[in-house]
Design a binder for this molecule. Structure first.
Ligand SMILES: Cc1cc2nc3c(=O)[nH]c(=O)nc-3n(C[C@H](O)[C@H](O)[C@H](O)COP(=O)(O)O)c2cc1C
Length: 366
Protein backbone atom coordinates (compact mmCIF):
# COMPACT_ATOMS: atom_id res chain seq x y z
CA UNK A 1 0.00 0.00 0.00
CA UNK A 2 1.47 3.41 -0.84
CA UNK A 3 1.67 6.10 1.82
CA UNK A 4 -1.16 8.16 0.29
CA UNK A 5 -3.54 5.19 0.46
CA UNK A 6 -2.75 4.47 4.16
CA UNK A 7 -5.70 5.32 6.39
CA UNK A 8 -3.33 6.41 9.20
CA UNK A 9 -0.27 8.61 9.52
CA UNK A 10 3.15 7.82 11.00
CA UNK A 11 2.25 9.45 14.34
CA UNK A 12 -0.87 7.31 14.73
CA UNK A 13 1.11 4.20 13.83
CA UNK A 14 3.80 5.08 16.39
CA UNK A 15 1.11 5.58 19.06
CA UNK A 16 -0.42 2.20 18.30
CA UNK A 17 2.96 0.48 18.31
CA UNK A 18 3.72 2.20 21.63
CA UNK A 19 0.85 0.22 23.19
CA UNK A 20 3.06 -2.85 22.82
CA UNK A 21 5.40 -2.56 25.78
CA UNK A 22 8.92 -3.92 25.35
CA UNK A 23 12.21 -4.23 27.13
CA UNK A 24 15.15 -2.10 26.05
CA UNK A 25 18.36 -3.51 24.61
CA UNK A 26 21.64 -2.16 23.37
CA UNK A 27 22.95 -4.23 20.46
CA UNK A 28 26.74 -4.18 20.30
CA UNK A 29 29.22 -5.38 17.73
CA UNK A 30 32.75 -4.82 16.43
CA UNK A 31 33.69 -3.47 13.01
CA UNK A 32 36.50 -4.87 10.89
CA UNK A 33 39.02 -2.70 12.70
CA UNK A 34 37.90 -3.97 16.07
CA UNK A 35 36.08 -0.72 16.96
CA UNK A 36 32.96 -1.16 19.11
CA UNK A 37 29.54 0.01 17.86
CA UNK A 38 26.20 -0.10 19.61
CA UNK A 39 22.66 1.18 19.38
CA UNK A 40 19.60 1.16 21.58
CA UNK A 41 16.94 -1.14 20.14
CA UNK A 42 13.54 -2.32 21.31
CA UNK A 43 12.81 -4.30 18.13
CA UNK A 44 14.41 -7.34 19.78
CA UNK A 45 12.22 -10.44 19.95
CA UNK A 46 12.61 -14.13 20.65
CA UNK A 47 11.98 -16.39 17.65
CA UNK A 48 12.80 -20.02 18.41
CA UNK A 49 13.89 -22.07 21.41
CA UNK A 50 15.25 -25.02 19.44
CA UNK A 51 17.41 -23.92 17.77
CA UNK A 52 17.77 -20.78 19.92
CA UNK A 53 17.04 -17.87 17.59
CA UNK A 54 16.28 -14.21 18.17
CA UNK A 55 15.72 -11.22 15.89
CA UNK A 56 16.02 -7.47 15.92
CA UNK A 57 15.75 -4.87 13.20
CA UNK A 58 17.74 -1.78 12.36
CA UNK A 59 16.89 1.30 10.38
CA UNK A 60 18.81 1.26 7.11
CA UNK A 61 19.49 4.96 7.62
CA UNK A 62 21.23 4.49 10.99
CA UNK A 63 24.87 5.61 10.78
CA UNK A 64 25.97 2.26 12.24
CA UNK A 65 23.91 0.22 9.78
CA UNK A 66 26.78 -0.57 7.38
CA UNK A 67 28.71 -2.04 10.34
CA UNK A 68 25.84 -4.23 11.58
CA UNK A 69 25.00 -5.33 8.02
CA UNK A 70 28.53 -6.74 7.73
CA UNK A 71 29.08 -7.96 11.29
CA UNK A 72 29.12 -11.69 11.92
CA UNK A 73 28.40 -11.42 15.60
CA UNK A 74 26.42 -9.15 17.91
CA UNK A 75 25.45 -9.07 21.56
CA UNK A 76 21.97 -8.22 22.83
CA UNK A 77 22.51 -6.37 26.13
CA UNK A 78 19.13 -6.36 27.91
CA UNK A 79 19.21 -3.17 29.98
CA UNK A 80 18.41 -3.05 33.68
CA UNK A 81 15.94 -0.55 35.13
CA UNK A 82 18.75 1.71 36.38
CA UNK A 83 20.33 2.03 32.91
CA UNK A 84 18.24 4.80 31.34
CA UNK A 85 21.44 6.79 30.91
CA UNK A 86 22.91 3.89 28.88
CA UNK A 87 19.72 3.66 26.78
CA UNK A 88 19.86 7.39 26.01
CA UNK A 89 23.56 7.36 25.29
CA UNK A 90 23.26 4.56 22.70
CA UNK A 91 20.16 6.10 21.12
CA UNK A 92 22.10 9.13 19.89
CA UNK A 93 24.50 9.05 16.97
CA UNK A 94 28.04 9.75 18.05
CA UNK A 95 31.48 8.27 17.84
CA UNK A 96 32.09 8.11 21.56
CA UNK A 97 29.17 6.06 22.84
CA UNK A 98 31.44 3.67 24.77
CA UNK A 99 33.47 6.37 26.57
CA UNK A 100 33.12 5.79 30.31
CA UNK A 101 30.93 2.73 29.70
CA UNK A 102 32.26 -0.35 31.47
CA UNK A 103 32.31 -3.41 29.19
CA UNK A 104 33.92 -6.82 29.02
CA UNK A 105 34.77 -8.78 25.90
CA UNK A 106 32.47 -11.66 24.99
CA UNK A 107 32.68 -14.20 22.18
CA UNK A 108 34.66 -12.78 19.26
CA UNK A 109 35.59 -9.81 21.46
CA UNK A 110 32.12 -8.19 21.12
CA UNK A 111 31.52 -5.98 24.17
CA UNK A 112 29.05 -6.86 26.92
CA UNK A 113 27.87 -3.78 28.79
CA UNK A 114 28.24 -4.07 32.56
CA UNK A 115 25.20 -3.92 34.85
CA UNK A 116 22.61 -5.35 32.46
CA UNK A 117 19.67 -7.60 33.34
CA UNK A 118 20.82 -10.22 30.81
CA UNK A 119 23.00 -10.82 27.75
CA UNK A 120 22.60 -12.93 24.59
CA UNK A 121 25.73 -13.45 22.54
CA UNK A 122 24.69 -14.19 18.97
CA UNK A 123 26.00 -15.14 15.57
CA UNK A 124 24.12 -13.45 12.71
CA UNK A 125 22.75 -16.27 10.56
CA UNK A 126 20.48 -14.30 8.23
CA UNK A 127 19.01 -10.91 7.46
CA UNK A 128 15.81 -9.93 5.70
CA UNK A 129 14.67 -6.64 4.16
CA UNK A 130 11.74 -5.13 6.05
CA UNK A 131 10.78 -1.80 4.51
CA UNK A 132 13.05 0.91 5.87
CA UNK A 133 14.62 -1.61 8.28
CA UNK A 134 16.74 -4.71 7.94
CA UNK A 135 15.77 -7.65 10.15
CA UNK A 136 18.67 -9.60 11.66
CA UNK A 137 18.22 -13.22 12.72
CA UNK A 138 20.73 -14.35 15.31
CA UNK A 139 21.65 -17.76 16.68
CA UNK A 140 22.17 -17.52 20.42
CA UNK A 141 25.49 -18.99 21.52
CA UNK A 142 25.86 -17.86 25.11
CA UNK A 143 23.46 -16.35 27.64
CA UNK A 144 23.59 -14.85 31.10
CA UNK A 145 20.92 -13.50 33.47
CA UNK A 146 21.57 -11.28 36.49
CA UNK A 147 19.30 -10.36 39.39
CA UNK A 148 18.67 -6.89 37.92
CA UNK A 149 15.12 -5.95 36.93
CA UNK A 150 14.74 -5.12 33.23
CA UNK A 151 14.09 -1.62 31.94
CA UNK A 152 10.75 -1.30 30.13
CA UNK A 153 9.68 0.95 27.25
CA UNK A 154 6.12 1.78 26.17
CA UNK A 155 4.14 4.74 24.90
CA UNK A 156 7.39 6.58 24.18
CA UNK A 157 8.49 6.42 27.83
CA UNK A 158 10.81 4.38 29.99
CA UNK A 159 8.82 2.33 32.49
CA UNK A 160 9.51 0.08 35.45
CA UNK A 161 8.36 -3.54 35.49
CA UNK A 162 6.29 -4.53 38.49
CA UNK A 163 4.51 -7.76 39.25
CA UNK A 164 0.87 -7.50 38.23
CA UNK A 165 -1.46 -7.24 41.18
CA UNK A 166 -3.77 -9.86 39.68
CA UNK A 167 -0.91 -12.27 39.31
CA UNK A 168 0.13 -11.82 42.90
CA UNK A 169 -3.21 -12.16 44.58
CA UNK A 170 -3.89 -15.82 44.55
CA UNK A 171 -6.15 -15.83 47.60
CA UNK A 172 -9.43 -17.61 47.19
CA UNK A 173 -12.70 -15.68 47.36
CA UNK A 174 -13.55 -12.28 45.87
CA UNK A 175 -12.89 -11.33 42.30
CA UNK A 176 -9.48 -10.41 40.99
CA UNK A 177 -10.88 -7.23 39.54
CA UNK A 178 -12.06 -6.15 42.97
CA UNK A 179 -8.53 -6.72 44.29
CA UNK A 180 -7.00 -4.69 41.53
CA UNK A 181 -9.43 -1.90 42.38
CA UNK A 182 -8.32 -2.16 46.00
CA UNK A 183 -4.66 -1.74 45.05
CA UNK A 184 -5.45 1.23 42.79
CA UNK A 185 -7.48 2.98 45.47
CA UNK A 186 -4.90 2.25 48.12
CA UNK A 187 -2.03 3.46 45.95
CA UNK A 188 -3.64 6.88 45.72
CA UNK A 189 -4.43 6.95 49.43
CA UNK A 190 -0.88 5.93 50.24
CA UNK A 191 0.56 8.88 48.31
CA UNK A 192 -1.65 11.31 50.21
CA UNK A 193 -0.92 9.73 53.58
CA UNK A 194 2.80 9.68 52.95
CA UNK A 195 2.67 13.37 51.94
CA UNK A 196 0.75 14.21 55.14
CA UNK A 197 2.94 12.22 57.51
CA UNK A 198 6.26 12.23 55.70
CA UNK A 199 6.75 8.58 56.60
CA UNK A 200 7.70 5.61 54.44
CA UNK A 201 4.63 3.54 53.67
CA UNK A 202 4.19 0.21 51.94
CA UNK A 203 1.22 -1.58 50.47
CA UNK A 204 1.23 -5.33 51.03
CA UNK A 205 -0.84 -8.02 49.34
CA UNK A 206 -0.94 -11.75 49.89
CA UNK A 207 0.89 -13.25 46.92
CA UNK A 208 1.72 -16.78 45.99
CA UNK A 209 4.99 -16.45 47.89
CA UNK A 210 3.35 -14.85 50.93
CA UNK A 211 3.24 -11.19 52.04
CA UNK A 212 4.42 -9.11 49.10
CA UNK A 213 4.95 -5.36 48.87
CA UNK A 214 3.41 -4.00 45.67
CA UNK A 215 3.91 -0.26 46.34
CA UNK A 216 6.24 1.91 48.39
CA UNK A 217 5.82 5.61 49.13
CA UNK A 218 9.01 7.00 50.55
CA UNK A 219 9.42 9.69 53.18
CA UNK A 220 11.64 12.67 52.32
CA UNK A 221 14.29 10.95 54.42
CA UNK A 222 14.24 7.44 52.88
CA UNK A 223 14.60 4.51 55.27
CA UNK A 224 16.71 2.56 52.80
CA UNK A 225 17.80 2.26 49.20
CA UNK A 226 16.52 -1.31 49.21
CA UNK A 227 12.80 -0.68 49.11
CA UNK A 228 11.70 -2.54 46.05
CA UNK A 229 8.32 -3.65 44.88
CA UNK A 230 7.83 -7.38 44.78
CA UNK A 231 9.65 -7.67 48.12
CA UNK A 232 8.45 -10.85 49.82
CA UNK A 233 8.39 -10.62 53.62
CA UNK A 234 8.30 -13.26 56.33
CA UNK A 235 4.87 -13.91 57.85
CA UNK A 236 5.80 -13.99 61.51
CA UNK A 237 8.64 -11.50 61.84
CA UNK A 238 7.48 -8.60 59.67
CA UNK A 239 4.63 -6.22 60.52
CA UNK A 240 3.01 -6.77 57.10
CA UNK A 241 3.31 -10.55 57.46
CA UNK A 242 1.89 -10.55 60.99
CA UNK A 243 -1.08 -8.49 59.79
CA UNK A 244 -1.90 -11.16 57.20
CA UNK A 245 -1.32 -13.89 59.78
CA UNK A 246 -3.70 -12.13 62.16
CA UNK A 247 -6.54 -11.43 59.75
CA UNK A 248 -6.39 -13.79 56.78
CA UNK A 249 -8.07 -17.20 57.16
CA UNK A 250 -5.53 -19.54 58.74
CA UNK A 251 -5.77 -22.10 55.92
CA UNK A 252 -4.17 -19.54 53.59
CA UNK A 253 -1.28 -18.61 55.86
CA UNK A 254 -0.74 -21.97 57.58
CA UNK A 255 1.91 -23.45 55.24
CA UNK A 256 4.00 -20.28 55.53
CA UNK A 257 3.55 -20.11 59.31
CA UNK A 258 4.59 -23.73 59.72
CA UNK A 259 7.71 -23.20 57.67
CA UNK A 260 8.74 -20.21 59.81
CA UNK A 261 7.89 -21.92 63.09
CA UNK A 262 10.21 -24.73 62.04
CA UNK A 263 13.02 -22.17 62.16
CA UNK A 264 12.65 -21.99 65.94
CA UNK A 265 9.92 -19.40 66.64
CA UNK A 266 7.75 -19.88 69.71
CA UNK A 267 4.15 -20.70 68.69
CA UNK A 268 2.64 -19.51 72.00
CA UNK A 269 4.32 -16.13 71.69
CA UNK A 270 3.27 -15.83 68.07
CA UNK A 271 -0.36 -16.60 68.92
CA UNK A 272 -0.24 -14.00 71.72
CA UNK A 273 1.08 -11.41 69.30
CA UNK A 274 -1.65 -12.24 66.78
CA UNK A 275 -4.38 -12.05 69.42
CA UNK A 276 -3.05 -8.69 70.56
CA UNK A 277 -3.05 -7.44 66.96
CA UNK A 278 -6.65 -8.54 66.43
CA UNK A 279 -7.73 -6.87 69.66
CA UNK A 280 -6.00 -3.57 68.93
CA UNK A 281 -6.56 -3.57 65.14
CA UNK A 282 -2.88 -2.95 64.46
CA UNK A 283 0.42 -4.82 64.36
CA UNK A 284 3.37 -3.07 65.93
CA UNK A 285 6.92 -4.30 65.55
CA UNK A 286 9.23 -2.15 67.61
CA UNK A 287 12.98 -2.13 67.15
CA UNK A 288 13.33 -5.21 64.98
CA UNK A 289 16.86 -6.10 63.98
CA UNK A 290 15.47 -8.78 61.68
CA UNK A 291 15.75 -6.41 58.70
CA UNK A 292 18.99 -4.63 59.49
CA UNK A 293 20.62 -6.37 56.52
CA UNK A 294 17.85 -5.22 54.21
CA UNK A 295 17.30 -1.68 55.47
CA UNK A 296 20.70 -0.99 56.99
CA UNK A 297 19.20 0.09 60.31
CA UNK A 298 17.05 -1.22 63.15
CA UNK A 299 13.43 -0.85 62.03
CA UNK A 300 10.09 -0.25 63.69
CA UNK A 301 6.94 -0.86 61.72
CA UNK A 302 3.17 -0.83 62.06
CA UNK A 303 0.64 -2.50 59.81
CA UNK A 304 -3.14 -2.27 59.57
CA UNK A 305 -5.57 -4.40 57.55
CA UNK A 306 -7.97 -3.35 54.79
CA UNK A 307 -11.03 -5.57 54.28
CA UNK A 308 -13.31 -6.23 51.34
CA UNK A 309 -17.07 -6.71 51.47
CA UNK A 310 -16.76 -10.39 52.38
CA UNK A 311 -14.73 -9.53 55.46
CA UNK A 312 -11.53 -10.86 53.92
CA UNK A 313 -8.35 -8.90 54.39
CA UNK A 314 -7.18 -7.70 50.97
CA UNK A 315 -4.35 -5.31 51.79
CA UNK A 316 -1.93 -4.38 54.54
CA UNK A 317 -0.96 -0.73 54.97
CA UNK A 318 2.43 -0.63 56.59
CA UNK A 319 4.60 2.19 57.87
CA UNK A 320 8.28 1.60 58.47
CA UNK A 321 10.97 3.82 59.89
CA UNK A 322 14.18 3.83 61.77
CA UNK A 323 13.51 2.78 65.37
CA UNK A 324 15.03 6.00 66.74
CA UNK A 325 12.66 8.20 64.76
CA UNK A 326 9.27 6.60 64.23
CA UNK A 327 6.47 7.10 66.81
CA UNK A 328 4.14 4.11 66.97
CA UNK A 329 2.33 5.04 70.19
CA UNK A 330 -1.46 5.05 70.21
CA UNK A 331 -2.75 8.45 69.16
CA UNK A 332 0.48 9.34 67.35
CA UNK A 333 -0.17 11.00 63.96
CA UNK A 334 1.25 7.94 62.21
CA UNK A 335 -0.90 5.35 63.97
CA UNK A 336 -4.01 7.51 63.72
CA UNK A 337 -3.33 8.24 60.04
CA UNK A 338 -2.81 4.55 59.25
CA UNK A 339 -5.98 3.51 61.06
CA UNK A 340 -8.09 6.17 59.35
CA UNK A 341 -6.64 5.41 55.94
CA UNK A 342 -7.28 1.66 56.28
CA UNK A 343 -10.81 2.21 57.58
CA UNK A 344 -11.62 4.66 54.77
CA UNK A 345 -10.28 2.23 52.17
CA UNK A 346 -12.26 -0.66 53.67
CA UNK A 347 -15.36 1.52 53.55
CA UNK A 348 -14.81 2.44 49.90
CA UNK A 349 -14.38 -1.23 49.05
CA UNK A 350 -17.67 -2.02 50.76
CA UNK A 351 -15.43 -3.66 53.28
CA UNK A 352 -16.41 -4.90 56.69
CA UNK A 353 -14.21 -6.19 59.40
CA UNK A 354 -14.61 -9.92 60.15
CA UNK A 355 -16.43 -8.93 63.37
CA UNK A 356 -18.96 -6.86 61.42
CA UNK A 357 -19.55 -9.71 58.98
CA UNK A 358 -20.11 -12.12 61.86
CA UNK A 359 -22.59 -9.85 63.65
CA UNK A 360 -24.18 -8.64 60.41
CA UNK A 361 -23.45 -5.04 61.42
CA UNK A 362 -24.00 -2.47 58.69
CA UNK A 363 -20.89 -0.92 57.17
CA UNK A 364 -19.95 2.26 59.00
CA UNK A 365 -18.58 5.33 57.31
CA UNK A 366 -15.46 6.80 58.85
C1 LIG B 1 13.86 2.89 23.22
C2 LIG B 1 14.48 2.98 21.86
C3 LIG B 1 14.40 1.91 20.99
C4 LIG B 1 14.99 1.95 19.73
N1 LIG B 1 14.90 0.87 18.93
C5 LIG B 1 15.51 0.88 17.71
C6 LIG B 1 15.47 -0.29 16.89
O1 LIG B 1 14.91 -1.31 17.25
N2 LIG B 1 16.11 -0.23 15.68
C7 LIG B 1 16.75 0.91 15.26
O2 LIG B 1 17.29 0.90 14.15
N3 LIG B 1 16.81 2.03 16.04
C8 LIG B 1 16.22 2.03 17.26
N4 LIG B 1 16.29 3.13 18.06
C9 LIG B 1 17.00 4.32 17.59
C10 LIG B 1 18.52 4.12 17.67
O3 LIG B 1 18.94 3.77 18.96
C11 LIG B 1 19.22 5.40 17.26
O4 LIG B 1 18.81 5.78 15.98
C12 LIG B 1 20.74 5.28 17.34
O5 LIG B 1 21.30 6.55 17.20
C13 LIG B 1 21.32 4.44 16.22
O6 LIG B 1 22.71 4.29 16.46
P1 LIG B 1 23.81 4.88 15.47
O7 LIG B 1 23.49 6.34 15.33
O8 LIG B 1 25.10 4.63 16.13
O9 LIG B 1 23.63 4.14 14.20
C14 LIG B 1 15.69 3.12 19.32
C15 LIG B 1 15.80 4.20 20.19
C16 LIG B 1 15.19 4.13 21.45
C17 LIG B 1 15.31 5.28 22.40
Amino acid sequence: MNAAAQPFDARALRQVLGAFVTGVTVITTLDRNGKAHGLTANSFSSVSLDPPLILWSQSRSAPSHPVFREAERFVVNILADDQIEVANRFAHAGSDKFAGCVTRAGLGGVPLIQGCAAWLECRRIDSFPGGDHLVFLGQVERIERTAMQPLVFGGGKYLVAQPHDLGLMATPGGTNVARLKAVRLATRALVELSDDLDETLGLGVWGNKGPTIVRWEEASEPVSDNLRTGLVLPVLTSATGLAFAAWLPRQITQPFIEEELAQGLDLVRVEQELAQARASGIVRLVGSDRFTDLYGTSISAASVPVFDDSGQMVLALTAIGSSQRIDLSDGSPLVTGLRHCAAALSFRLGGRSPAQVASNDPVQAV
